[in-house]
Design a protein around this ligand. Structure first.
Ligand code: CP
Length: 338
């Protein structure tokens, strides 16, 4: 059975069959959001808890809309409005939430490995809504779905990913999914965002025009200033002079190029306004597809029979590192992750 997982923690190592199955499922769910009455009883009687330790507009809202379109009860908590502010650890918070018997917990957290940490300790499906600079799997899926819809297939496409790749969980999830599905990846950004080991993922360049030349897809990334502990480039103005996607740069790509950005966008920093709002932009399609992808994930994790999943061996080290951080109160954790 494809995608017989208990949790959605990341796209690294996910098989081509599983990825294709998830995209197919999401495609089937799209139709529900086109109806006049956008509600089905699929998850009636189920409870979904979302816990966001970091800010979010799209991910948080679309998980809630996805759950409610399937008639689940949805409880939304944020770090600032919870007992985290009184010193409660992530583990204690999650154990208390799990004791209320939810059917799934959605977690966004600043520490890489946070979702893996919970998955190993809480008896309920965990969905990673972004963990530090590690992964953002539902974003990777919705981006891949958006590309597949427009291009028909991922196989053989050239995808240029531009910007702060070093700190981007969006880039990592996309790279894992798109490579598995047969895309050729180009990584474009200042050298400080492109450590040598990234060459294993694709071609690497610090020249924007060279990076987007003949690309089928350009995926722009936001500068993750909140994750940058030191200066990776002199000034924002200088960054945008070299890496802001404007019409001149777009003309280097294929005539039917599509442009993606996960949001939030910083107009004039990584993408020019007329490009973000222009004819090649798929940014709003990405947001629309986020609902369908999250409906599919909630449905599959909550409603389907599954085999027990162990934390993969390659993740064990990350989980151990995260474990030390998670058992500290949140204030200390925040200082640790910077
Ligand atoms: N793309 C994305 O994760 O956006 P939010 O931070 O608004 O959820």
């Amino acid at each position: 059975m494809p995608f017989a997982q208990r949790h959605l923690l990341g796209l690294e190592g996910m098989s081509r069959d599983d990825l294709t199955f998830l995209l197919d499922q999401a495609t089937e769910f799209k139709e529900i959001s086109e109806r006049e009455i956008k509600k089905v009883p699929t998850l009636r009687g189920k409870t979904v808890v979302s816990f966001f330790y970091e800010a979010s507009t799209r991910t948080r809202a679309s998980f809630e809309i996805a759950a409610k379109r399937m008639s689940a009860d949805f409880i939304s908590l944020s770090g600032g409005a919870s007992s985290v502010t009184k010193g409660e650890t992530l583990l204690d918070t999650a154990r208390n939430l799990a004791a209320m018997r939810p059917d799934a917990i959605i977690l966004r957290h600043a520490a890489s490995g946070a979702a893996h940490f919970l998955a190993a300790r809480v008896d309920c499906p965990i969905i990673n809504a972004g963990d530090g600079a590690h992964e953002h799997p539902t974003q990777g899926l919705l981006d891949t779905l958006t590309i597949r819809e427009r291009k028909g297939s991922i196989e053989g496409l050239t995808v240029a990913i531009v910007g702060d790749i070093l700190h981007s969980r969006v880039a990592r999830s996309n790279i894992f999914a798109l490579r598995t599905l047969g895309a050729k990846i180009r990584l474009v950004g200042p050298p400080t965002f492109l450590p040598p080991e990234m060459a294993a993922w694709g071609e690497v360049t610090s020249n924007l025009h060279e990076g987007v030349a003949d690309a089928d897809v350009i995926m722009m990334l936001r500068l993750q200033l909140e994750r940058q502990g030191k200066h990776f480039f002199p000034t924002i103005d200088e960054y945008s002079r070299y890496f802001c996607l404007n019409r001149d740069a777009v003309r280097k790509a294929k005539p039917d190029v599509i442009i993606l950005h996960p949001g939030p966008i910083n107009r004039g920093v990584e993408i020019a306004s007329d490009v973000a709002d222009g004819e090649y932009s798929m940014i709003m399609d990405q947001v629309t597809n986020g609902i369908a992808v999250r409906m599919a994930i909630l449905y599959l994790l909550i409603n389907r029979p599954r085999v027990e999943e162990t934390v993969p061996g390659e993740e064990a080290e990350r989980v151990e590192d995260a474990a030390a951080a998670m058992e500290k109160p949140a204030g200390r954790l925040r200082r640790r992750v910077g």
